[in-house]
Ligand binder design. Structure first.
Ligand SMILES: Nc1ncnc2c1ncn2[C@@H]1O[C@H](COP(=O)(O)OP(=O)(O)O)[C@@H](O)[C@H]1O
Ligand SMILES: [Mg+2]
Length: 253
């Protein structure tokens, strides 16, 4: 069977800058792949190409074997790819229910003519929150008043409204304390258990080692390493990220 997502030879230039060069990557259902790399490695560029907010200059993206072009974020969502950005894109003054369905009423099929059916949206919100074990005291609290972990949870639940095949998470634990970080890593595992493919970008190598089935390392726009869970050390990861294992020409071994 074809991979859920298969990227081959993906390239992107910004003027003279080679942001991404000939990158290959696959992701399957029920798999967590971490994407790591130093600043400027091309992580965000890869996310933007998959999320449909930027166009590739070369290469292919296939979903379940079918060649796709991502014209917009809407087309990515329609093809089953949902992205949770680092800023979470939540509306702080609205509650969890409104945030989950914001702009997705039609995609989720819960739109009925002019009025949104609040009761249906609440029931669906409760179901999705429960499926990822996200706990809120009330569905009516403006999300601006919730904790960082709860907000990240709601942003991930928002992805599930459209029943995605793949969820892209950009630095999901970056702004969180220790216990909230653990909560979010548990969410990632539950997405995996729901048979989603998860591509997670993280600076935190502990996160990566805890949740990823595979780790893909980018450096200066190129894929320089790929490790399977349990087959690498922290040092291997750091060396690949920084390029420290390479001896510069004329340098010391
Ligand atoms: N909109 C842009 N215009 C010009 N250069 C960009 C733009 N976006 C990214 N780049 C460049 O592309 C490279 C990869 O950036 P990025 O994908 O943001 O890396 P990362 O997310 O891994 O830090 C960097 O050299 C960056 O400066
Ligand atoms: Mg980035």
């Amino acid at each position: 069977m074809a991979d859920l997502v298969s990227i081959s030879g993906l390239s992107k230039f910004y003027g003279g800058v080679r942001a991404l060069s000939d990158v290959n990557l696959t992701l399957n259902r029920g798999e967590v792949v971490a994407l790591v790399g130093d600043n400027g490695a091309g992580k965000s560029t890869l996310v933007k190409l998959l999320a449909g907010t930027e166009r590739a200059d070369g290469g292919d993206i296939r979903i379940e074997g079918q060649l796709v072009t991502m014209e917009s974020s809407r087309s990515a969502v329609a093809r089953g790819i949902h992205t949770v950005y680092q800023d979470l894109s939540l509306c702080d003054n609205l509650d969890a229910v409104r945030n989950l369905f914001l702009g997705q009423e039609e995609i989720s099929g819960i739109w009925s003519g002019r009025r949104l059916r609040r009761a249906e949206m609440e029931a669906e919100t409760q179901r999705i929150l429960a499926s990822l074990a996200v706990k809120l005291r009330s569905l009516n609290t403006p999300v601006g008043r919730l904790s960082g972990g709860q907000r990240q949870g709601i942003a991930i639940c928002r992805a599930l409204v459209t029943n995605p095949k793949m969820v892209l998470l950009d630095e999901p634990t970056a702004a969180l304390g220790v216990s909230q970080r653990a909560e979010v890593l548990a969410l990632v595992r539950r997405l995996k258990d729901q048979n989603c493919g998860v591509l997670v970008i993280s600076h935190d190598l502990r996160d990566v080692q805890e949740v990823a089935d595979r780790v893909v390392v980018l450096r200066l726009g190129e894929k320089v390493a790929e490790f399977n869970s349990g087959e690498y050390s922290s040092q291997d990861l750091v060396a690949a990220i920084t390029g420290a294992h390479e001896t510069p020409a004329g340098g010391f071994a």
